[in-house]
Design a protein around this ligand. Structure first.
Ligand SMILES: [Zn+2]
Length: 501
C-alpha cells in the first residue's frame, strides 16, 4: 500500500468521483429543553439540570417547546425549504446509556422542513448545496469514560453519564448528496459548514460553538470509479468539531478509500471517528439502517401543524442572508473580493470586524490579521480564531503604534508576548521594556555615533546615493536595540547631513 503522504486529492480524483454529504446537528439556544422546563445552560454540574421528563421516568409526559418549532421553521425558511403544514414526531429506538428513555424523540418520514438549498462560494465561484431536510429532535446525554488514555470506552476503568444535555432541542440539517465537486470536495464541505454557521448565527437560534459541541457535523464520503453507473459506498465520519477538521475529514477519507479501492478492496458502510492529531479516521461501528431503529409516530405528542400565516410572518422577519451582510460589510471595511472570501472561509471575518469596532482602521486590521497573525497561525497550523489574541488586543496594539509608542518591529515583539500569555499589549510593553526610545539624549548620541563611525557612507549619501542611509539606520537601530522610531531617526540624519532623505 502506498503511504498516505504521497497521495493527494488531485491523484484521487484522477481515478475516482467523490460524492459527499453533510449532516449537521445544532443545539438550539432555547432557555428550556425540548419537552420539559429544565434549563439548558452549558457547563453546569453533571445531572443538576434534569427532571422526570428528560430522565424518562415512568408516567412523565413531554410537552413541545414552541420556541424550538419556531427556530426550526426559521432555519428551514433561511435555507429555502418548504415548511410542512402538518408533521409528527417519531420515536427512534436504540439503546445507549446516555439515552435515559432508550428512545429518542426525533422526526422520521415527516420532517418539518424539506427541499432547500444553500449557495456557498468556493475559490471565488458559487456552488449550490441542496438541502434534503431540516428536522427537530432531542439531544442525548453525555458519557464520560474514565481511566483510559484516549477518553474512549476502550481501555476505560469505568464510565459516568451526565443527563444535563438529554432533551436539549437539536436541529438536524441534512444535505442531499453533493456531486460534481471533484478536487474541491474538501473545500466545498468546509465552505458549506462555514456558511451554515454564519446563517445560524445570523438567525440567533444557537451559539454554534463547534468546540463546545453545540454545532457538530457528520461527514459522509464516497468514491466511485470514473465512469461507474452508481455512487460508491459511503462512510460517515462522526462529530467533526471544527471547520478545518470538516475539510480534513473529507480529504483523509478520500485518500483512504482510494487506497482501499486501488488495492482491490471494498468500502464498508460504517461510521468512523476523526482524530484531530493525525487528521485521519478510524473505524467506528457498522452503520445501522433506518429499519434498525424501528421508528414509529410518537404517541405522547400531538402532531405539529404550523399556521401558514405564522410561517409567513416568520419569513417576513428573517434577517438578511449572510451573503448580503458580507457585501455590505465588504464595502464598509474596504476589502477586496479575495480578502473577503479568504476571511469568510477561515471564519476570521468576525475577528476582523471586531478589531475595527474596537478602534483600529480597516487598513491596520487587514495588515495584522492578514499579515503577521496569518503567518503565525499557519506556522502553528491552527485557525486565526485559535490564536491567543483577541480583536481588542489587536486594536490596542494598533493604537500603540499609531501613538508612536512602539514601532512595527517592536509591535511584533509585543505580539509574541501577548500570544505567550503575558497579558495585554500595554502590559507586555511595560514588562518587556519595549517602548520606542523617547530619551532624546540617548537617541542623539546613537545618531551621532552612526555618522561618526561611517564616514564613507556619509560621503555616499551626500553625493546623492541616498539609499545608503539604510546602513546608518541599521546602525542606530542596533545601538538602540530596535527601540528607535525609524522615521524620526531618518529625519535626524537628514537634518545633520543637510540632505533630503
Ligand atoms: Zn427535564
Amino acid at each position: 500500500m502506498t503511504a498516505t503522504a504521497e497521495i493527494t486529492v488531485t491523484d484521487v480524483v484522477a481515478r475516482y468521483v467523490p460524492v459527499i454529504g453533510l449532516e449537521t446537528h445544532v443545539e438550539l439556544g432555547t432557555l428550556s429543553k425540548m419537552f420539559c422546563g429544565c434549563p439548558t445552560e452549558f457547563g453546569a454540574e453533571p445531572n443538576t439540570q434534569t427532571c422526570p421528563v428528560c430522565l424518562g421516568l415512568p408516567g412523565a409526559l413531554p410537552v413541545v417547546n414552541v420556541k424550538s418549532i419556531e427556530s426550526t421553521i426559521r432555519i428551514g425558511l433561511a435555507l429555502n425549504c418548504t415548511i410542512a403544514s402538518w408533521c409528527r414526531f417519531a420515536r427512534k429506538n436504540y439503546f445507549y446509556p446516555d439515552m435515559p428513555k432508550d428512545f429518542q424523540i426525533s422526526q422520521y418520514d415527516e420532517p418539518l422542513c424539506t427541499d432547500g438549498y444553500l449557495d456557498v462560494m468556493v475559490d471565488g465561484e458559487p456552488f449550490r448545496v441542496e438541502i434534503e431536510r431540516v428536522h427537530l429532535e432531542e439531544d442525548t446525554g453525555k458519557s464520560l469514560h474514565v481511566g483510559g488514555a484516549t477518553g474512549r470506552i476502550h481501555g476505560a476503568d469505568h464510565s459516568l453519564v451526565d443527563y444535563n444535555r438529554a432533551g436539549i432541542p437539536l436541529v438536524e440539517i441534512v444535505t442531499k448528496p453533493i456531486a460534481g465537486t471533484g478536487v474541491r470536495a474538501p473545500a466545498v464541505a468546509r465552505a458549506y459548514v462555514t456558511e451554515l454557521r454564519e446563517l445560524l448565527r445570523g438567525l440567533n437560534v444557537s451559539d454554534v460553538r463547534m468546540e463546545q459541541g453545540s454545532m457538530r457535523c457528520d461527514v459522509n464520503t464516497s468514491l466511485a470509479p470514473k465512469g461507474a453507473a452508481a455512487w460508491g459506498t459511503r462512510t460517515e465520519t462522526k462529530n467533526v468539531n471544527s471547520l478545518r477538521s470538516v475539510e480534513r475529514a473529507v480529504r483523509s477519507e478520500m485518500i483512504r478509500q482510494s487506497q482501499v479501492l486501488d488495492d482491490g478492496g471494498r468500502i464498508v458502510q460504517e461510521t468512523r471517528h476523526f482524530h484531530e492529531d493525525s487528521s485521519s479516521t478510524t473505524s467506528g461501528r457498522s452503520k445501522e439502517e433506518a429499519t434498525d431503529y424501528r421508528y414509529f409516530p410518537e404517541p405522547d405528542l400531538v402532531p405539529v401543524a404550523p399556521d401558514p400565516a405564522w410561517v409567513e410572518q416568520l419569513r417576513a422577519a428573517l434577517p438578511d442572508a449572510p451573503s448580503v451582510l458580507r457585501s455590505r460589510r465588504q464595502a464598509e471595511l474596504g476589502l477586496s473580493d479575495d480578502e473577503m472570501s479568504w476571511l469568510a472561509n477561515t471564519g476570521a471575518l468576525q475577528l476582523f470586524a471586531e478589531t475595527v469596532a474596537a478602534g483600529a482602521s480597516a487598513a491596520d486590521a487587514r495588515k495584522w490579521w492578514l499579515g503577521d497573525l496569518t503567518r503565525r497561525a499557519n506556522a502553528e497550523d491552527i485557525e486565526l480564531a485559535e490564536l491567543a489574541i483577541t480583536p481588542a488586543q489587536v486594536a490596542s496594539l494598533v493604537g500603540l503604534v499609531a501613538d508612536g509608542r512602539i514601532n512595527d518591529r517592536l509591535a511584533r515583539q509585543v505580539l509574541d508576548g501577548v500570544l505567550a500569555g503575558e497579558g495585554d499589549p500595554e502590559q507586555v510593553v511595560a514588562a518587556r521594556g519595549l517602548a520606542v526610545l523617547s530619551d532624546t539624549a540617548a537617541l542623539d548620541a546613537a545618531v551621532d555615533a552612526a555618522i561618526a563611525d561611517n564616514p564613507d557612507i556619509v560621503a555616499k549619501i551626500q553625493s546623492g546615493k541616498v539609499a545608503a542611509v539604510g546602513v546608518l539606520l541599521g546602525s542606530v537601530m542596533k545601538a538602540t536595540r530596535g527601540q528607535a522610531d525609524a522615521a524620526s531617526v531618518r529625519a535626524m540624519i537628514a537634518q545633520r547631513l543637510g540632505v533630503e532623505l
